[in-house]
Design a protein around this ligand. Structure first.
Ligand SMILES: [Zn+2]
Length: 442
């Protein structure tokens, strides 16, 4: 087991980076952050605080690692779970309480309770209505389309909900729960004044904020930035994020929070300014750029989400779905467009050849359009499929973020006709980490 705090220090200092140690990646395990305070670095992180009345656990686990996290908690404390907080309703954060409930029943302890924001139950209901859809999009996002779609909906609903803020006192420890819209509409961040521990949920994930996710519902960049500034004003001593590595020391914590707020505000303000000038979405996404000095920060690399996608989400927040390009208002089917372009080009083969040439020249954005048209115009032609798939594979390899890599890998698999168990064991994050370490070694 690599030492998680040593890794956190090395990443902060730039000795390694999140392309080699993805916020959602390995290694995993438990570390002690302060007296009676532990942090389990998982796919999503879990924070455990011991109090005189029992344990306070933030984001107990996902469904798939509930056993592992429970066992890890029981290596550091034998106390009963008193209160679990779900920082938001994403499925990597909201499972695992049932294990503590069974334990409490078996031992005759009081049953644990769950606290969350009042919008969280609606999210769970939406997830039940969209279970299969969420299976498909998560398969693209995390596994590049390899394997079977799966999405858990056997939720434990919260016992207590709140709207704006809630102070919870357990023994002599107070947890200040605060609501902010950010990655979700149901987000809670938690501050413990006694030891300066800040649990951000996914409002901080040691990377470009997941404020743009192409396949998920609306995110809230403006409110998000304001929440980060509010956290920074408390001058926390420890930042325990929803994903990625902890940050220790007030100066570092405040810097990371403020830089992240700066990034979101920059994207927000630039996008809104162009929208107010009447720009189209196409103009906006190619004009708004994140400041380089921020993207170079160890905690702001575009390893999971990326600025271009955040810009689109800001557009969606303020605008309608019409993107300002007239032919997009009531378009011809994409297949009909592709067939017409192939006819003009001299056939789908010619389009596929040109896609490969343009990819060789390094313009993968343009090459992907040509490859897609070729595939749509001749979806049963093996050579065309192979070329189209190759272009999207190269695109996946060249993209920094999980979001882009996952979608392009899925496209490459689909176009290449690759199905079955191939690469099932490897997540997109594993692929990114392998690539990051290879690049470092070469
Ligand atoms: Zn998360």
């Amino acid at each position: 087991m690599e030492d998680i705090l040593a890794l956190a220090e090395a990443i902060w200092k730039g000795e390694t980076d999140t392309f080699q140690y993805h916020p959602l990646g390995r290694p995993r395990g438990m570390v002690r952050l302060a007296e009676g305070t532990w942090f389990y670095r998982g796919f999503a992180n879990t924070i455990i605080r011991e109090t005189g009345e029992g344990l306070f656990i933030i984001d107990p686990s996902a469904g798939w690692d509930a056993g592992k996290k429970y066992e890890a908690v029981r290596t550091v404390t034998a106390k009963a779970l008193h209160t679990a907080v779900f920082t938001h309703g994403h499925v990597d954060h909201v499972f695992g309480v049932s294990r503590y409930r069974e334990e409490a029943k078996a031992r005759g302890w009081a049953l644990p309770r769950i606290i969350a924001h009042e919008a969280l139950p609606e999210r769970f209901k939406r997830y039940k209505a969209t279970e299969a859809w969420n299976g498909h999009i998560n398969l693209r996002q995390f596994r590049g389309g390899a394997g079977e779609p799966m999405f858990p909906v056997n939720f434990d609903f919260p016992d207590i909900t709140y709207r704006d803020q809630l102070d919870v006192r357990l023994g002599d420890i107070c947890a200040q729960l605060r609501h902010a819209r950010g990655e979700t509409d149901d987000h809670t961040w938690v501050f413990f004044p006694d030891n300066g521990l800040l649990c951000t949920g996914d409002l901080f994930i040691y990377g470009v904020p997941n404020a743009g996710n192409p396949q998920k519902v609306q995110r809230y960049a403006g409110d998000w930035a304001a929440a980060l500034r509010r956290m920074a004003a408390l001058e926390p001593r420890i930042l325990a994020p929803g994903h990625g590595f902890p940050i220790l020391g007030t100066e570092r914590v405040v810097q990371a929070l403020m830089d992240t707020a700066d990034l979101l505000e920059h994207l927000h303000d630039q996008t809104l300014e162009l929208m107010n000038r009447g720009a189209s979405l196409d103009q906006v996404i190619h004009a708004v750029k994140a400041p380089d000095h921020l993207l170079r920060k160890p905690y702001l690399k575009p390893v999971y989400d990326e600025p271009e996608f955040i810009v689109r989400n800001i557009w969606r927040f303020y605008g309608g779905w019409y993107d300002g390009t007239p032919s997009h208002l009531k378009p011809a089917p994409e297949t009909a467009q592709a067939e017409e372009i192939a006819r003009l080009a001299g056939g789908a083969h010619r389009l596929a050849e040109r896609a490969m040439e343009v990819a060789e020249e390094g313009d993968l954005r343009l090459a992907c359009h040509l490859a897609e048209w070729a595939f749509l115009a001749a979806p049963h032609d093996p050579e065309t499929r192979k070329a189209a798939s190759e272009v999207f594979s190269r695109r996946a390899e060249a993209e920094p973020s999980t979001m882009a890599m996952g979608i392009y890998l899925s496209a490459a698999r689909h176009m290449g006709g690759v199905t079955g168990p191939e690469a099932r064991s490897r997540t997109v994050m594993d692929a990114q980490q392998e690539r990051g370490r290879h690049a470092e070694g070469s």
